[in-house]
Design a protein around this ligand. Structure first.
Ligand code: NAG
Ligand code: FE2
Length: 425
């Protein structure tokens, strides 16, 4: 056997041993934390991510440690020089931490379902992005409670492999928990995905980062780093907003922002729901961090869940919202259509997808017996995809990171309430 043959044989044996070793465990512990260093000098862009603005524009966000211009050159060819746009630069302070220069530039109008190339500031590096389709089909990736561990890395790899159009994140991004450089590390960890497809996010409890007396303002890092298109939906806060994409109206709510009936968030939500045109957007999705339905023992009875549900469930039910995605509980659970704790054919489906991979590990204890309204529940890391194929049908899949592979573990066709004449007059 030649040297190549021997190397091959050794690789096969290692591969087989490795496969066997991972084959026999079924409940992974929390993964090790991952720190992603910055490569390049202080003027090199880092933490690049994009988010959709209106139907045909994209906000490009990135950070540099030296002042550089907030300029994006972009175009449909790899030379990325057809167009140019300018934006603004900001920064924030957090106790003794001073952030880098945070640049935000909106580019467009862009053609739907098209690859664009872009360059940032004075840098030569070329990035690329793909815009969302203007009509069905569209595929969303959905994942909450990401953090930055080894499990996050496998979740992100699986999401990348899914060839999604847009990512929806129902809160708890970096798990920096006041250690600000961890926001930078998170930005670098997600850049390979978030620079190529729009990432639309909302807040979780780990994104609040208030410290009594020392830093009383909530969401300082989140708001500075993850600017979302709130003004475009008539919202006056980055913490709740909505947008239309390819026939889906997506609403992002804030579990840790006032939600009572006299709150600005509630008033905005009411107006937003009234303005939905089901002819234009037959589907309506809502994302919120703390779940309103949950049969895991973790996070029962919290005000963010119980109080927000009491305040807003009627609004979302009357508006015939199709699906409500939540995170917070580090596990996966899918419910029937539910209203007021009971099965109801015209109510939203509730899906908890807080199993992105953060350092706190999984929530493994469930209430027993499983309630009738809970259809599927399992404490494993993973992510979801929802392929909206047309106005009436969408394929939901939960993909768990089983033995580090991407395994579809709960797959179900959903139908829109707008296609059910018994629900929408
Ligand atoms: C929508 O997609 C579903 C699933 O592929 C299919 O059965 C149905 O006929 C489609 N509806 C229309 C109107 O094309
Ligand atoms: Fe949470």
């Amino acid at each position: 056997m030649g040297i190549k043959g021997q190397i091959l044989l050794v690789l096969v044996i290692i591969g087989w041993l490795g496969f066997d070793a991972v084959h026999c465990y079924n409940r992974p512990p929390p993964g090790k934390n991952i720190a992603v260093p910055h490569v390049g000098d202080d003027a090199t862009p880092q933490q690049v991510h994009i988010s959709q603005v209106g139907q045909d524009k994209m906000r490009i966000s990135w950070i540099t440690h030296e002042p550089t211009s907030a300029t994006v050159e972009y175009g449909p060819s790899p030379s990325a020089n057809a167009f140019s746009a300018n934006g603004e630069t900001t920064f924030y302070n957090y106790v003794t931490y001073l952030s880098g220069h945070i640049h935000n530039v909106v580019i467009g109008p862009l053609k739907p379902n098209t690859v664009y190339y872009y360059r940032l500031g004075e840098s030569d590096k070329t990035y690329n992005l793909k815009t969302t389709p203007s009509q069905f089909p569209i595929k969303f990736a959905v994942v909450g409670d990401l953090g930055q561990t080894e499990w996050t890395v496998s979740t992100l790899q699986h999401i990348k492999d899914s060839n999604y159009d847009m990512l929806l994140l129902p809160g708890d991004l970096s798990y920096a928990d006041v250690i600000q450089p961890l926001w930078d590390s998170f930005g670098r960890l997600v850049e390979p995905l978030a620079s190529e497809r729009p990432w639309m996010v909302t807040t979780g409890n780990h994104d609040v980062e208030k410290i009594p007396i020392i830093h009383r303002t909530p969401f300082t890092a989140y708001n500075a780093r993850w600017k979302m298109p709130f003004q475009e939906s008539g919202s006056d806060s980055n913490l709740y907003y909505s947008f239309d994409v390819s026939g889906v109206h997506v609403i992002m709510l804030g579990s840790y922002t006032d939600f009572d009936s006299d709150s600005a968030q509630y008033q905005w939500l009411k107006g937003d729901l009234e303005n939905i045109n089901r002819g234009k957007t037959p589907w309506v999705f809502v994302l919120v961090h703390a779940p309103w339905y949950n049969s895991n023992e973790a996070h029962q009875g919290e005000r963010e869940s119980v109080g927000m549900k009491a305040s807003m469930e009627d609004l979302l039910y009357q508006a015939r919202v199709d699906v409500i995605f939540a995170g917070h509980v580090h596990a996966y659970e899918r419910f029937k259509r539910v209203y007021n704790d009971e099965s109801d054919d015209c109510a939203p489906i509730y899906i908890n997808i807080g199993d992105g991979g953060n350092r706190e590990g999984l929530a493994k204890k469930y209430q027993d017996p499983q309630p009738d309204i809970s259809m599927f529940r399992e404490a494993s890391f993973g992510h979801g995809t929802i392929d909206v194929v047309n106005a009436s049908h969408a394929l939901w899949s939960w993909h768990k990171n089983d033995n580090e592979e991407r395994v579809a573990s709960d797959t179900v066709w959903l139908t829109s309430l707008s296609s059910n004449h018994a629900c929408i007059a």
